[in-house]
Design a protein. Structure first.
Length: 124
């Protein structure tokens, strides 16, 4: 069976800012590591989860989006001091908080992620 790429849906190209080196402390202040821009095809939709799921993020529905991609997005890795992926959508920055992989077969594999709106620096 041929692959059914996410590109068959209503998609757009987004640029994900991915931290590729760990952050470090300089004179007692935390400094983010270097980043790289990764372009990918995505479907971004308003969050459709329940209010109880939103409490997990301490946000309202307007602050959270669901994003589907063929490529994996990454949450923060606190021990390694690597920040979560961040992307801009409709003029706001969103940080990846949760990633779920769907389908292990090559023709169905994709990722659904939840992202929360953050300030310019990538913090909430």
């Amino acid at each position: 069976m041929p692959a059914i790429p996410i590109t068959n849906l209503q998609t757009e190209t987004i640029t994900v800012v991915r931290q590729d080196t760990p952050g470090t402390y300089v004179d007692g202040e935390f400094v983010l590591g270097t980043t790289l821009d990764v372009e990918m095809i995505a479907v971004v939709l308003p969050y459709s989860g329940t209010e109880s799921q939103l409490r997990e993020y301490g946000r309202t529905k307007s602050d959270v989006v669901s994003i589907w991609t063929d490529d994996e997005l990454f949450i923060a890795k606190e021990v390694e001091k690597i920040g979560a992926d961040v992307f801009n959508y409709e003029g706001f920055n969103y940080q990846i908080m949760k990633v779920t992989r769907y389908g292990k077969a090559p023709f169905l594999s994709h990722y659904e992620s939840e992202a929360v709106r953050v300030d310019v620096q990538g913090g909430s």
